[in-house]
Design a protein around this ligand. Structure first.
Ligand code: HSE
Length: 428
């Protein structure tokens, strides 16, 4: 039996996916039953690495998602539109869908999952988070017996590369970003990566799978890495931390906490040693404890590996099941109720703050008094360097309520002895 795929997009991941499907030898035998019927592209003029039979490549994407002969639509266009509309059209035409589009799933997952449930088709998205790392299917299946407590990940390779390079060569953010762009590791417009938007899409998706509750993407606290300086990386290093852009989702019982921000990670923590473009996701559940998924979080081959696995899963179900009335609940995604998120001022975490102060008697005393007034307990206070005439004072707090910490910082900023507070970062 042959199963026909309509592939939308022939960019990096689309080409990687086609390469696997066109060369099944030595891989799982089910791949020999899958053929690419159509490939949809935006322009026929672009030079292409792969050769397809005449008439396979087309710019009529709507014709592909409604083609009666196509069983599975593989959406690898990226971006919100026309990707979202094409996915919905494919579902309406009773096609199963495989996508790696985290932006669409994070924002329209509820609409897409509901449409797919109604049409009794699968929408699979392993490639949307962590590139080649299997994490979506483990959350749906292998870890299904657990009560998940948290999912904490380094889910953006570009920012992890930048932070790793800053620490390795002692360079500032702007210089490393420029170099990463020259090398092709960072996009010409790096906004989605460096401002944490891509990571926020990914943690939105992981949260709904881990906790069975959807999250409104716009409610995810999102801070990127532009404000991380080499000075902070060096202080963090001295204090025993690495700075990482973490995507964090935690179950607090009656609500969830979902956030993306640069974080001081203790060097003994498993995520502290994830370097370069790699991704890792640490899941904690009961009874399993901690399990970490690590590997290449982007790129043609790794992401195509995840996309093709989704195609194979669908073909496996189509081959083995005569029941088209019910979806396999361990494979399908469904829209659930929306989670209540913890307001950010209620967040309890440790903080790192670096301030520049006049070198006069009593400054550290004033700082301590202000923090104490708002119930902020200090774990360490360090004064090592000078910046011009100002001394640099770095504090790390114990766990505090974010609201209390912010009140203390507002008051400290107004102290005569304090020139400025150039950085505030959260600590894991
Ligand atoms: N731009 C992403 C990253 C890869 O740097 O990790 C695609 O999700």
């Amino acid at each position: 039996m042959a199963f026909k795929v309509g592939l939308l997009g022939l960019g990096t991941v689309g080409t990687g996916t086609a390469e696997i499907l066109l060369d099944p030898a030595g891989r799982h035998p089910i791949l020999q039953e899958i053929t690419i019927k159509k490939v949809g592209v935006r322009s026929l003029d672009k030079p292409r690495k792969l050769k397809f039979p005449q008439g396979t490549i087309s710019t009529d994407l709507t014709a592909i998602v409604t083609d009666p002969e196509i069983d599975i639509v593989v959406e690898l266009l990226g971006g919100l539109e026309p990707a979202r509309s094409l996915i919905l059209q494919a579902i309406a035409a009773k096609k199963h869908v495989v996508t790696a589009n985290k932006a669409v799933i994070a924002r329209y997952g509820d609409e897409i999952y509901s449409a797919a449930e109604k049409a009794k088709v699968y929408v699979l998205l392993e490639g949307a988070v962590g590139g080649g790392i299997p994490v979506i299917e483990p959350l749906k299946q292998s870890l299904g017996a657990n009560r998940i407590k948290s999912a904490i990940g380094i889910v953006n390779g570009t920012t992890n590369y930048i932070l790793t390079q800053m620490a390795a060569v002692g360079a500032d953010f702007a210089d490393v970003l420029a170099e990463a762009q020259q090398l092709g590791y960072a996009e010409a417009d790096p906004t989605a990566d460096v401002d944490g938007l891509d990571a926020a899409d990914k943690i939105t998706i992981l949260t709904s799978l881990a906790f069975g509750k959807s999250v409104k993407r716009e409610q995810v606290l999102t801070e990127g890495i532009r404000q991380v300086s080499i000075t902070d990386i060096n202080y963090a290093e001295k204090l025993g931390f690495a700075i990482k852009l973490l995507a964090i989702s935690q179950n607090l019982g009656d609500c969830l906490q979902v956030r993306v921000h640069p974080t001081l990670v203790p060097k003994s923590h498993p995520l502290a040693s994830i370097n370069g473009v790699n991704n890792a996701i640490l899941i904690e559940g009961d009874p399993i404890g901690q399990v970490m998924f690590f590997g290449p979080g982007a790129g043609a081959g790794p992401t195509a590996s995840a996309v093709v696995a989704d195609i194979m899963n669908i073909v496996g179900v189509l081959k083995s099941s005569t029941n088209t009335e019910n979806l396999d609940p361990l494979l399908s995604c469904s829209h659930q109720e929306y989670a209540t998120l913890l307001p950010s001022e209620e967040l309890v975490t440790r903080f790192y703050a670096r301030s520049l102060a006049r070198d006069v008697p009593g400054v550290i005393g004033h700082l301590g008094t202000c923090f104490g007034k708002y119930n902020v307990s200090l774990e360490s206070v360090v004064q090592i360097g000078f910046v011009g005439e100002y001394s640099e004072i770095v504090v790390v707090t114990h766990d505090v309520k974010e609201g209390n910490f912010r009140l203390a910082i507002a008051e400290i900023s107004n102290l005569d002895a304090i020139h400025s507070i150039p950085s505030i970062l959260r600590v894991l």
